[in-house]
Design a protein around this ligand. Structure first.
Ligand code: ATP
Length: 351
């Protein structure tokens, strides 16, 4: 099978299961983000793709070639570590061409490639600079150039933005994504930052406690999360206790709610109705919607200019709505309102 194929992969460290029975397939040239909270096994999975850790069970292949037992130096992989791991005593050029020298490339080949890579990362002419003379953002670019020096087939990055400040992080996410698209290189990035994953990925793998919870495009995962963990981890969501009857009808506080999406795990009985705040609309009491609406009392309004966030207490359950100033119904604190959740916005998840 072409692309990156991870089959039944498990990694145990003694009693600790870091990665449990993971099955994933990605097409060549895709940008994949492993996303999840600390300790969920993202780095371990990345390190197994790199060959820095051996899987306890399962196999990893790329383009039909089984990599499971191929040692790290024989895999055609470039890696950027969280700390960048640059050699401080070497110049920028020596850092970038390090792996080329080891593989016996000539001095002029190394010099040409360094020049080409420095142009690519928009830092031309700095080959003689010391690593210690560079900013965090510049070091990251040099680490990227070094990882790409040998034209790897797979590019792996472990939390590449964590050492950068917030502004720089955002611009580097865009720059890294552009670079990856221009090169068309299969890339895996580990991150715990959902915005980063949403910005860069073709496919996001949401992980929690050694397992994969969901894989899909950023929009799929945002719009139709498979479970509460994913809904909570990606974006803000309203999670309301609900009841699913045997004939497939859903009610919240006894109010019937139509829906368009239901997770396979949601069984008749207690379930959760999940909505995204920007798909929830507040109406004044006199404008009661035709259906899919709960009664409530406004208990907080936060106007941040571009959007207005309205918190509504619906019989003890707080529902958040985010509306534009144009659509905001001018409700006030303590006012009785209707909170409309159109069927297309309603996802039924297991409780
Ligand atoms: P973080 O975002 O904090 O780096 P992560 O999602 O990348 O977390 P991993 O570093 O893959 O998580 O760790 C997964 C689990 O495996 C954790 O419980 C961790 O303590 C454990 N673990 C990782 N490496 C080892 C090791 N070399 N020996 C023992 N346990 C390990």
């Amino acid at each position: 099978m072409s692309g990156l194929n991870i089959q039944n992969v498990t990694k145990k460290y003694g009693e600790v299961t870091a990665v449990q029975d993971v099955n994933l397939h990605f097409n060549k040239g895709e940008m994949i983000c492993f996303l999840g909270p600390s300790g969920c096994g993202k780095t371990t999975l990345l390190r197994m793709i790199a060959g820095l850790e051996e899987a306890t069970n399962g196999s990893i292949s790329f383009d039909g070639k089984d990599l499971t037992h191929v040692p790290v130096h024989k895999r055609n992989i470039g890696m950027v570590f969280q700390s960048f791991a640059l050699f401080p005593h070497l110049s920028v050029g020596e850092n970038i061409s390090y792996s080329m020298k080891i593989r016996g490339h000539s001095r002029s080949e190394c010099e040409d490639r360094v020049k080409e890579l420095l142009d690519m990362i928009h830092l031309p002419g700095i080959e003689d600079r010391r690593i210690t003379q560079m900013s965090g953002g510049q070091r990251q670019r040099v680490a990227i150039a070094r990882a790409l020096a040998l034209n790897p087939e797979i590019f792996l990055l472990d939390e590449p933005m964590s050492a950068l400040d917030a502004n720089l992080r955002e611009s580097m996410q865009i720059e890294l994504r552009r670079l990856q698209q221009n090169l068309g290189i299969t890339t895996v990035v580990v991150t715990h930052d959902q915005t980063e994953a949403m910005t860069m990925a073709d496919d996001i793998v949401v992980m929690g406690r050694a397992r994969v919870h969901q894989t899909g495009s950023p929009m799929d995962i945002y719009k139709t999360p498979k479970n509460k963990f994913v809904a909570d981890f990606i974006g803000t969501s309203n999670l309301l206790p609900a009841n699913l009857s045997a004939d497939g009808a859903v009610a919240v506080n006894g109010v019937a709610m139509k829906f368009e999406n239901k997770s396979d795990d949601a069984q008749a009985g207690d379930v959760v109705l999940m909505t995204r705040p920007e798909e929830v609309f507040v109406h004044k009491e006199g404008n009661k919607p035709a259906g899919n609406a709960l009664e409530g009392i406004v208990n907080f309004i936060r106007d941040i200019g571009m959007t207005i966030e309205i918190l509504v207490d619906c019989d003890g359950q707080e529902v958040v709505s985010v509306m534009t100033p144009k659509d905001f119904p001018e409700v006030e604190l303590g006012e009785k309102v209707y909170v409309e959740m159109p069927p297309s916005a309603c996802n039924i998840l297991a409780a």
